[in-house]
Ligand binder design. Structure first.
Ligand code: PEP
Ligand code: MG
Length: 382
């Protein structure tokens, strides 16, 4: 498939995430797309958010050339991610299954910043066995010897429904028994997953970090990290996806080895806009200064406590926003492997001081469009 255009859905709906994972150019929520006739040749420019349904032959030739030169660039080996002043910023991959590891390494991923374990569970009528899970984790960790691999415990509910974890009807599942809340309510499943991870860790030589999804409180943080350590997992952290945990990041981080900001959910909960709904997709924009302020809270808390703060939501895949996130205190960025080369290039053009200045200008804006424009002009003025 060359490109994907849908008439509904938001930018962090799972259609969009899967398309990005596979490196497929995608535009979601383009209401007019239903009017396109079968057989029409179109140019889809996801960066600009446009679908050109009557391209000229010159435009088609220019696109073909752009695609070829990008492919050649992507094929060149890449060093570790760094800012222009040499500040290291690890560039990591978001992965959904172990089989995608080789492609991520080939694209220069320094490790894995988010391994979504849901693939083992979705579509299943019961949890996979410890043995089945261990085999999958061994395959994943085996591909990243000596490198960091952050595995997220099962994130069920809302956009990732799983009947055997929560079959209650909920009017607002995104605000319901999901993420760590659902795991805690079925602690046997959580314990089995931790067992499988600890066994896979013992059998491999990657640097395994584990984290819990949708953590809201300090108490939940302490619960998860204490439990993970009981299983012998040495590095345990939390995903910051809810404004409550971002606002109390200093206290959350006092109980966690690291935080990883899930900007997809953090944007959904900050803007009160369901990430699956095309009708409110306009709110689902991580450039919004309200979201950026929350990221700054976490970044500053991490710096004060000397704890790493990663970003693993789709925001990290936006080359300019990646610079802003670093300016707000992110120490690593994790994204679909197809985004790595653009982000690597973008962050290498700015020093940490630049990134902080660019972030400060975005924070002053009133809305997402203003923040984007301010960052763009600050980034070109140096
Ligand atoms: C996020 O919410 O930003 C995230 C990385 O997790 P997911 O998209 O799987 O909910
Ligand atoms: Mg999430």
């Amino acid at each position: 498939m060359l490109a994907l255009v849908t008439s509904d859905g938001g930018p962090t709906s799972h259609t969009a995430i899967l398309a990005r994972e596979k490196g497929i150019v995608a535009i979601v929520g383009a209401a007019d797309a239903v009017a396109l006739a079968d057989g029409t040749t179109v140019i889809v420019d996801a960066a600009a958010g446009t679908v050109n349904d009557s391209p000229t032959s010159e435009e088609l030739a220019a696109v073909a050339e752009r695609i070829a030169s990008r492919a050649a660039e992507d094929a060149r080996p890449a060093g570790p991610g760094a800012l222009a002043d040499g500040t290291p910023i690890s560039l990591l991959a978001n992965l959904g299954k172990p089989a995608d590891a080789a492609d991520a390494v080939a694209r220069g991923a320094e490790g894995v910043g988010l391994f979504r374990t849901e693939f083992l569970f979705l579509g299943a009528s019961q949890a996979p066995t410890i043995e089945q899970q261990r085999a999958a984790y061994v395959e994943l960790l085996g591909a990243f010897e000596g490198r960091k691999v952050v595995v997220r415990l099962l994130d069920a509910g809302a956009d990732k429904p799983l009947a055997f974890l929560n079959d209650a009807h909920e009017e607002n599942p995104a605000l319901g028994l999901r993420g760590l809340r659902a795991l805690r309510a079925s602690e046997d499943i959580l314990r089995e997953q931790l067992t499988a991870l600890a066994e896979a860790d013992a059998a491999t030589a990657a640097d395994l970090w584990v984290m819990a999804p949708m953590v809201t409180t300090v108490e939940e943080t302490a619960y998860f990290t204490t439990l993970a350590k009981e299983f012998g997992l040495k590095t345990a952290g939390v995903m910051v996806e809810v404004p409550a945990s971002a606002l109390l990041a200093d206290r959350v981080l006092a109980h966690a080895d690291f935080a990883s900001i899930g900007t997809n959910d953090l944007t959904q909960y900050t803007m009160a806009a369901d990430r699956l709904l095309g009708s409110v997709a306009g709110f689902q924009d991580p450039w919004h200064p309200a979201v950026l302020r929350l990221v700054r809270e976490v970044g500053e808390a991490g710096a004060r406590l000397g704890k790493p703060v990663g970003i693993c939501g789709e925001a990290a895949a936006d080359p300019l926003l990646a610079v802003v996130l670093v300016g707000l205190g992110a120490t690593s960025l994790s994204m679909a492997p197809s985004a790595l080369s653009d982000v690597r290039r973008s962050i290498s053009q700015h020093t940490l001081e630049d990134a902080r200045r660019i972030a400060a200008s975005a924070l002053l804006a009133d809305d997402a469009a203003g923040a984007r424009a301010a960052a763009k002009s600050a980034a070109s003025a140096h």
